[in-house]
Ligand binder design. Structure first.
Ligand code: HEM
Length: 130
């Protein structure tokens, strides 16, 4: 709508961009040396899929998207797991690695389209996490 600033959801690139980031991030968290202990017991494929869907919905809804998050709140979901400051830092390292991956992919795409000079501008398209 004219004059109305785009929602964070739109600026992030919408549902597919958020889903792509979650799909890159979750395997990193699950295989991280420190964090893997949170995903040790055998889990069904559907449990993994449900966790992935909830993460996408949570981020999309929090960013103002048209999705409805049906999961538990963050405190209830994580209370009792014993998540430490070091775990949180490991989470942030995984997230940074994910965002770096998308940054490189976007730069490659833009170079190939001759749009390299527009990198970092708002209307350059692609995933705007970066
Ligand atoms: C070191 C930090 C974190 C760890 C180790 C962690 C771990 C986990 C685990 C193991 C679950 C599954 C819980 C279960 O099956 O009962 C879970 C659920 C979830 N986490 Fe995290 N998490 C972390 C941080 C975050 C952050 C920062 C977000 C938000 C961006 C997030 C969003 C969620 C969501 C949406 C769920 C699903 C809630 C539900 O089942 O209803 N987590 N987390």
């Amino acid at each position: 709508m004219e004059g109305k600033p785009a929602s964070l959801y739109a600026r992030l690139g919408g549902y597919d961009a958020i889903a792509a980031v979650v799909d890159d991030l979750l395997p990193r968290l699950r295989s991280d040396e420190l964090l893997s202990r949170f995903w040790t017991s055998p889990r069904s494929v559907d449990t993994h899929n449900r966790e992935r869907q909830l993460a996408v919905d949570f981020i999309a809804a929090a960013a103002g998207g048209p999705t409805i998050y049906l999961g538990r709140d963050m405190k209830m979901s994580h209370k009792g797991m014993g998540i430490t400051k070091a775990d949180y830092e490991a989470f942030m390292r995984c997230l940074a690695a994910t965002l770096d991956t998308f940054k490189s992919a976007r730069a490659r795409a833009q170079r190939s389209h001759g749009l390299y000079h527009r990198l970092g501008t708002r209307n350059s398209g692609g995933i705007a996490f970066l």
